[in-house]
Design a protein around this ligand. Structure first.
Ligand SMILES: *Cc1c(COP(=O)(O)O)cnc(C)c1O
Length: 361
């Protein structure tokens, strides 16, 4: 009997490994493994999701109309150029399949967010992981990797899991050097945390070109990872193409309601950003005092270098035994590192105490 066979490239995909969430034996678990916003979900978003759940027999608005209007109002964007997705992960998948496919190349970088590789390979593209410089995407190396087969470049800025950031002038140089038929996907999953006057997650570039897309998510600073809501801002032709293939009712009813309410929560992002800047500095200083190398991060996490894969693994296990869950990064070709989400002040203190105990007895 010959059983159904997946396309061969599917078996080349290593399934996404989420951050762990359980630490058996600990009564209080501090989860710093998935870059979830430190403050949890906005209370008004939880209330809105509960209210919306009274109508769970109804399909949601397939066009996420009210949510797109609210996003447009908040970020001064035309709602007609916004597409919502079941997390930005869904949009990454569709962009890869719609603009890539067999015979094409998709470019990403050595330590980039792993969904790009999964989505590109699934689409049938060859995914090239272009080398980085000091764990940061490098425009010259990316441009040197472009061939006539290149169709998409995925750039998370800042990148996960490294936290490193490509300055806006370099992003502009990348777009300027790419052929016009290459789609540049700027993934601003951590945009809300960035506090730089020169930063733009991609809006200006989307407006100025017909071949650039900006991705955003409610999963990080907005505290709604469990709701699964992401969105993209794109030129009309790309909005049209993705609209043909996305899930018809992709964003669930309570998720749409939660995201709309979150956008109306006064000061949420400002408070999250202020806390993150301060707590991240405390975390970085503390890690450096422990003798660890920490990469500069613009996001709500940091990547710490433990020197060897063994030491990183032992540290992960040691902290897990103390109820603190970090993120292993071996799947990102960084087996000697661990990624640590910036939590609340007492969580930052707890992770530093636990590391001190583990590393220095
Ligand atoms: C977390 C993250 C996402 C968000 O994914 P969702 O599907 O919206 O939860 C996208 N890109 C990067 C780089 C991320 O770190």
């Amino acid at each position: 009997m010959r059983l159904p066979q997946p396309r061969p490239e599917v078996l080349d995909i290593a399934a996404y490994v989420p951050g762990e969430s359980a630490a058996p034996g600990s009564n209080r678990v501090i989860k710093l493994s998935s870059n979830e916003g430190a403050f949890g979900p906005p209370p008004s978003a939880v209330a809105a999701a509960v209210r919306a759940s009274a109508d769970l027999q109804r399909y949601p608005d397939g066009g996420s109309t009210e949510l797109r209007r609210a996003i447009g109002a908040r970020y001064h964007l035309d709602p007609a150029r916004i597409v919502c997705g079941t997390g930005s992960d869904e949009l990454i998948q569709h962009l890869a399949s719609v603009y890539g496919g067999p015979g094409t190349d998709v470019l990403t970088t050595m330590h980039a967010f792993s969904m790009y590789q999964i989505a590109g390979t699934y689409a049938g593209s060859r995914v090239l992981k272009v080398p980085e410089r000091e764990l940061c995407a490098d425009v010259d190396l990316l441009l040197a990797a472009v061939t006539p087969a290149t169709r998409i470049v995925f750039l998370a800025n800042p990148n996960n899991p490294t936290g490193t950031f490509v300055v806006p002038s370099e992003v502009a140089r990348l777009r300027g050097g790419l052929p016009e038929d290459v789609l540049l996907v700027l993934d601003g999953a951590y945009a809300e945390y960035i506090d730089r006057p020169d930063y733009d997650a991609g809006v200006a570039m989307v407006d100025a070109t017909g071949n650039t897309v900006m991705l955003r998510t409610f999963s990080k600073a907005w505290g709604l990872g469990g709701a699964r809501v992401g969105w993209m801002y794109a030129p009309p032709a790309i909005v049209d193409a993705i609209g043909r293939v996305r899930g018809a009712f992709n964003v669930a009813l309570p998720a749409q309601a939660a995201a709309v309410a979150a956008l109306a929560e006064p000061g949420w992002i400002e408070r999250s950003r202020d806390h993150n800047l301060r707590a991240r500095e405390q975390l970085v200083d503390g890690l450096r005092e422990l003798g660890l190398t920490v990469y500069p991060s613009e996001a709500n996490f940091v990547l710490a270098d433990f020197g060897t894969a063994d030491r990183a693994r032992e540290t992960f296990a040691g902290l897990k035994a103390r109820g603190i869950i970090l993120r292993m990064t071996a799947g990102y070709d960084l087996p000697h590192c661990l990624r640590i989400t910036v939590g609340l002040d007492d969580e930052v203190a707890a992770v530093l105490d636990a590391l001190r105990e583990h590393l220095h007895g």
